[in-house]
Write a protein that binds this ligand. Structure first.
Ligand SMILES: NC(=O)c1ccc[n+]([C@@H]2O[C@H](COP(=O)([O-])OP(=O)(O)OC[C@H]3O[C@@H](n4cnc5c(N)ncnc54)[C@H](O)[C@@H]3O)[C@@H](O)[C@H]2O)c1
Length: 446
C-alpha cells in the first residue's frame, strides 16, 4: 500500500467494490486483475478542448481533420510563424467555431499556452526537437498530449515522457497514422483472425526520396536536413514499425528486446546538393553523416525477428515495405500481395486487394466515407478520430506512452549500434514488466 498514492487507492477501491462476492470476500482472480488494471485511461471528456502547436505541412491537415470530428474544439493555436496561426484562425472560424487564442511569441510560447489555457489536449506537429519539451509542458500543466512522430530522439527523452505520463496520470499519445492505413488495418484484422498463423517475422521501413524536401527553403527544409549532419542511424522508424508492432503485440504480450543496426555510406544528400544547390550556398558547406540506407534488426522477447529500414536520401519510389509473416502465410506490401497456405495457387502471390471484400477492417468500412479526401489517403483522419473518441469515452488510446517510447527508441539505439560496429543494444523495458499482462489491441469500431 505504501507505493500506492491516495488517488490510485480511491480508483482501485471503487473498482474492487464492484467485484466483491455476495459474502463480501474478494475473488482471487479479481485481485490479480486489479494488480494489472491494463493500459491507462482517464475520465471521459465530453468536449475535448485542444491546443494545436505547429501548424505547418502536417499540422494543417490535423487541424482540418479535427474540425470535422464531433466532440472537440480547437481553442488555442501556436506557431512561431503568425501566418500559420492566422490560417488556422480562418479555417476554425469558417467552420463556425469561436476564434482560437493564438500564441506566436517565439519557439517557447507553447509554455505560455500550456500554463494559461484551459485545455484537455495539447497536440503538436512541430520539428522533432520540440516534441518532448511540448509534451512535458502539457502534462506538467494538467493536459493530455499527443505528438507527431517520432515522439523522442533520445532514450533519456523516452524515459522523460514515460515518467511524466505515469506520475501526472496523463495520456501521452504517439500519433502513428500508418497504423490506420487501409492495407495495414486489413492485415491486422487478418492477423487477429489467425489467417497467417503465429506471426514470427515482420519487416517495415520508411523509404521515401526526401532530397528535394530536405533542401527546400521552407517546411521541413528548415530543420530536417540538419539531423543528417548529426546522427547516423534510423531517424524515422515509426511509420514502418507501428503497424507491424501491433501485429506482434509489442508492449501487449511481447516487447522489443535488443537491436543491431548497420548504415551504408552517406552519398545521396552530397550528390543532390552538388547538382541542385549553388556553389556559394551555405548548404554546400554542410557535412552529412547519415548513411543513405540504414537497416536495423530487432529481436523481441519472445524471439520474433523484425527488420526496419530507413532510406530518405536516394532516388526511389515510396515504400514502407510492410511484411508480416507467420506459420500459415504472409502479407507483403509495395505491391500489396498475400500468400496463404491452402488458399489460392501454390507458390503464387494473390493480389491483396482481392481480399478486401472478405477481410477489410471494420473500422475502415465504417469510416471510409468520412475519411475520404483527408491526408495520406484518409488514414490521418482515422487516427485523429480514434484519439478524440478514446478521450471522449474515457478509454485507453490505441497508442500510448509506452508505444511512443519503444518505437521512438529505435532512433537512439540504432545510432548507438551503428557507432559500435553494429553491436547489440538493449531496449529499456519502458513498461517495467507490464507488457507481459497488458491485453492485446482489440479490433476497434467507429
Ligand atoms: N505522420 C506523417 O505522415 C507525417 C508527415 C509529415 C510530417 N510528419 C511529422 O510532423 C512533424 C512536423 O512536420 P511538418 O512536415 O509539418 O513540418 P513543417 O516544417 O511543415 O511544420 C512544422 C511547423 O512547426 C512550426 N514550429 C517550429 N518550431 C516551433 C515551435 N517551437 N513552436 C511552435 N511552432 C513551431 C513551424 O513554423 C511549422 O509551421 C514532424 O514531427 C514530422 O516528422 C508526420
Amino acid at each position: 500500500m505504501n507505493s500506492i498514492n491516495r488517488r490510485d487507492f480511491l480508483e482501485l477501491g471503487g473498482a474492487l467494490i464492484a467485484v466483491c462476492a455476495a459474502d463480501g470476500t474478494i475473488p482471487a482472480a479479481a485481485v490479480a486483475a486489479q494488480s494489472n488494471p491494463g493500459p491507462f485511461s482517464a475520465s471521459p471528456i465530453e468536449t475535448v478542448r485542444i491546443g494545436y502547436v505547429g501548424i505547418g505541412g502536417q499540422g494543417s491537415g490535423h487541424v482540418e481533420n479535427l474540425l470535422k470530428i464531433p466532440g472537440c474544439r480547437i481553442t488555442a493555436v501556436c506557431d512561431v510563424r503568425s501566418e500559420r496561426t492566422e490560417w488556422a484562425t480562418k479555417v476554425i472560424t469558417a467552420a463556425g467555431h469561436p476564434a482560437p487564442v493564438a500564441y506566436t511569441r517565439g519557439p517557447r510560447d507553447f509554455e505560455r499556452l500550456c500554463e494559461t489555457e484551459d485545455l484537455d489536449l495539447v497536440y503538436n506537429a512541430t520539428p522533432w526537437e520540440w516534441h518532448v519539451p511540448i509534451m512535458l509542458a502539457a502534462m506538467k500543466n494538467g493536459k493530455h498530449t499527443a505528438t507527431e512522430v517520432p515522439a523522442a530522439m533520445t532514450i533519456d527523452d523516452c524515459w522523460a515522457i514515460v515518467e511524466s505520463a505515469e506520475k501526472l496520470k496523463k495520456h501521452c499519445v504517439l500519433m502513428e497514422n500508418c497504423n490506420y492505413d487501409r492495407m495495414e488495418m486489413m492485415v491486422f484484422n487478418m492477423v487477429r483472425q489467425g489467417l497467417f498463423g503465429e506471426i514470427v517475422h515482420a519487416e517495415g521501413g520508411y523509404l521515401h526520396d526526401l532530397r528535394g524536401i530536405k533542401f527546400a527553403d521552407e517546411g521541413e527544409g528548415l530543420w530536417r536536413r540538419a539531423w543528417a549532419t548529426k546522427l547516423n542511424g534510423n531517424l524515422y522508424p515509426t511509420h514502418g514499425l507501428g503497424p507491424i508492432a501491433n501485429c506482434l503485440d509489442i508492449n501487449r504480450g511481447d516487447r522489443f528486446d535488443y537491436l543491431v543496426s548497420m548504415s551504408g555510406p552517406s552519398r545521396g544528400l552530397q550528390a543532390w546538393a552538388a547538382e541542385h544547390v549553388p556553389a556559394d550556398s551555405p548548404k554546400r558547406q554542410e557535412r552529412y553523416v547519415l548513411g543513405d540506407v540504414n537497416v536495423s534488426l530487432i529481436k523481441t522477447a519472445l524471439g520474433k525477428t523484425i527488420v526496419v529500414e530507413h532510406c530518405t536520401n536516394l532516388p526511389r519510389p515510396y515504400s514502407r515495405i510492410h511484411l508480416v509473416q507467420g506459420t500459415k502465410g504472409l502479407f507483403q506490401g509495395y505491391p500489396n500481395r498475400v500468400y496463404l497456405e491452402g488458399r489460392g495457387r501454390e507458390d503464387q502471390w494473390q493480389q491483396a486487394a482481392d481480399l478486401l471484400a472478405e477481410f477489410e477492417h471494420p473500422l475502415w468500412k465504417e469510416i471510409a466515407a468520412s475519411a475520404s479526401g483527408a491526408g495520406h489517403g484518409g488514414m490521418d483522419f482515422i487516427e485523429d478520430y480514434r484519439l478524440i473518441k478514446c478521450l471522449r469515452e474515457g478509454k485507453p488510446t490505441d497508442m500510448n506512452v509506452y508505444d511512443a517510447a519503444a518505437l521512438s527508441a529505435v532512433v537512439h539505439l540504432s545510432v548507438q549500434s551503428v557507432s559500435k560496429r553494429s553491436s547489440a543494444v538493449d531496449f529499456p523495458d519502458f513498461t517495467k514488466g507490464r507488457w507481459k499482462t497488458t491485453p492485446p489491441l482489440a479490433i476497434v469500431h467507429m
